[in-house]
Design a protein. Structure first.
Length: 538
């Protein structure tokens, strides 16, 4: 962990004396790089030290993100009692969170849409954890209102003032607003459209989507190309749809499959008896709340080692893993022997770990996707900064036409007569204006000052000099391979399809098997891998 001090500029102050005063306000920042050292060790390793011990387990789960946690939860529910989890470099992966005293905030993903009817695995999970209170598999379940995002939910800074929603409306010409309405009418029709196989065209999890060529042909073009083909020309609509792709997939809509772009609007159509359509679920620490719940539900059946798998092999007796951990006295390795295993790790890691990948139909050169890097930056505030005019502070706050993705407020769900004294604004930045490899190189070489400059851009535009006096410190999480990019053709990558069908004793589970980084997809493959493992034993 490194610390630096960053001097926030004083642009926008009228007086020289005021500018001088505010330029002295300092923001203390620190940066963490989960997985960087371990990833470089896997990439550069020529040989590993001799294993110091051998552990045995019934089932090994390699990875503690949502896929691995969902697998452990399902195995434990099915009566499996000897599960060994090798966490990987970061416990809970992209669903991690952090805290400062009583203040909790995400260092990864921060919300979950209301699950669609097809996302039964998520509904089952939410019902067990008390998030769904009644009718979990009905069309309109009843959700615990503590977790349904409270109003005001979203706002956008457009032409120097805030307005409700993320698609600008006030001050936008009538012709543009008509295009907005036409786009949403079109996606509404596509949401319920079904193929010749009877399935909806766009479903989360995507494995349950229709295979009809009417829909699947959209994976051959970009989302931008599809919008152009449909005659959409509204600048605000194009900006908004590009923002949505950067927000969910980490890249511009000129690089994202049209099928994936439409999935964003058509796949997640969950409803609730006590929430508006389009509502989402959130917690102060983001999806770390569900990660903690999954971990707790499987705790009696699992043992977790905070280490990383270096090699994963199928043997006559089951599966064997060589694992490593970095301690005060240097690197230590140990071996794990298990009757069966679930590899719940990203494909770019699997490419370095899996022994004899060809036997599984996996070719790293062909099957590993490109990954979008992210900055997730928590601004811990001792007070709320003064707001510009327009819509009030919301859960999600976005600045129009900026490279950042805005910021969410960790204390938004607090039910209080007045605001809490402290809060965290979590700023997201996908670095989508750089090619992924160039962005990772920049992240690797950038000083904390430079990282903070990128992380704070939206907040500086929203608050100017009013921000710095409120900030206690900033915690920046650098995620060099945050999410797989669903580029055109992602639905038919052969290695991913082959890994899904692995017969065991080694099974695979990660959102990368879907080609995009979404909670429901990660949970689906963990759920499926556990079911396949149990079925193989019958």
């Amino acid at each position: 962990m490194r610390r630096r001090e960053f001097i926030l500029g004083a642009a926008g102050l009228a007086g020289v004396s005021a500018a001088t005063f505010w330029s002295e306000q300092r923001i203390v920042a620190q940066a963490s790089y989960p997985g960087r050292a371990e990833g470089h060790a896997l990439r550069d390793a020529q040989a590993w030290p001799e294993a110091s011990q051998t552990l045995e387990a019934d089932v090994l789960i390699a990875g503690s993100g949502i896929a691995g946690l969902s697998a452990a939860w399902q195995l434990a529910r099915s009566g499996v009692r000897d599960i060994l989890v090798i966490s990987g470099p970061e416990l809970h992966g992209n669903a991690a969170g952090a805290s400062s005293g009583a203040l909790h905030y995400p260092t990864g993903a921060h919300y979950l849409p209301l699950p669609a009817l097809e996302s039964r695995h998520v509904r089952e999970m939410l019902a067990e954890f008390g998030v769904i209170k009644a009718d979990p598999f009905g069309e309109r379940p009843v959700f615990d209102e503590r977790y349904v995002v409270h109003a005001p939910a979203e706002r956008i800074l457009f032409r120097s003032s805030w307005q409700d929603g993320l698609l600008p409306d006030d001050g936008v010409a009538g012709g543009e607003r008509a295009e907005h309405a036409r786009f949403f009418a079109l996606t509404e029709a596509l949401t319920s459209a079904r193929g010749a196989d009877g399935r909806r065209g766009f479903v989360v999890p995507i494995e349950l989507s229709s295979s009809d060529a009417r829909f699947r042909s959209l994976d051959a073009i970009t989302f931008k190309a599809w919008l152009d083909d449909q005659g959409f020309a509204s600048p605000t609509l194009h900006w908004y749809l590009d923002y949505c792709c950067r927000d969910d997939y980490g890249r511009h809509y000129t690089e994202i499959s049209a099928w994936a772009g439409l999935l964003y609007f058509c796949g997640r159509n969950g409803l609730a008896k006590n929430a508006e359509r389009g509502a989402v679920l959130t917690w102060p620490q983001g999806l770390a709340a569900l990660a903690d719940a999954l971990e707790g539900a499987a705790a009696a059946a699992t043992t977790t080692h905070h280490a990383t798998v270096a090699r994963l092999s199928v043997t006559e007796a089951g599966v064997e893993a060589l694992c490593f951990e970095q301690g005060a006295s240097g690197m230590r390795t140990f071996r794990v022997k298990a009757r069966a295993a679930i590899a719940a790790m990203p494909l770019f890691v699997l490419a370095h770990v899996l022994d004899s990948p060809e036997r599984f139909g996996f070719d790293a050169r062909r099957d590993v996707p490109a990954y979008a890097p992210w900055l997730v930056s928590n601004f811990l505030l001792g007070a709320f900064p003064l707001e510009k005019t327009g819509a009030p502070l919301s859960w999600d706050n976005v600045v129009f036409e900026e490279p950042g993705l805005g910021y969410v407020v960790s204390t938004h769900q607090d039910i209080r007569m007045s605001r809490p004294e402290r809060t965290a604004f979590t700023a997201y930045n996908a670095l989508s204006d750089l090619e992924p490899i160039a962005a990772r190189r920049w992240l690797d070489a950038a000083s904390v000052d430079e990282l903070l400059g990128a992380a704070s851009r939206d907040l500086k535009l929203a608050y100017g000099w009013k921000l710095a006096p409120c900030v206690e410190r900033v915690e920046i999480t650098v995620r060099g391979h945050a999410m797989a990019i669903p580029a055109p053709g992602f639905l038919s990558v052969p290695g991913r399809l082959a890994l899904r069908a692995a017969p065991g004793p080694l099974f695979f589970a990660h959102a990368d098997l879907s080609g995009l980084s979404v909670f429901e997809e990660a949970a689906w493959w963990g759920y499926r891998a556990a079911q396949s493992l149990i079925a193989a034993r019958r």
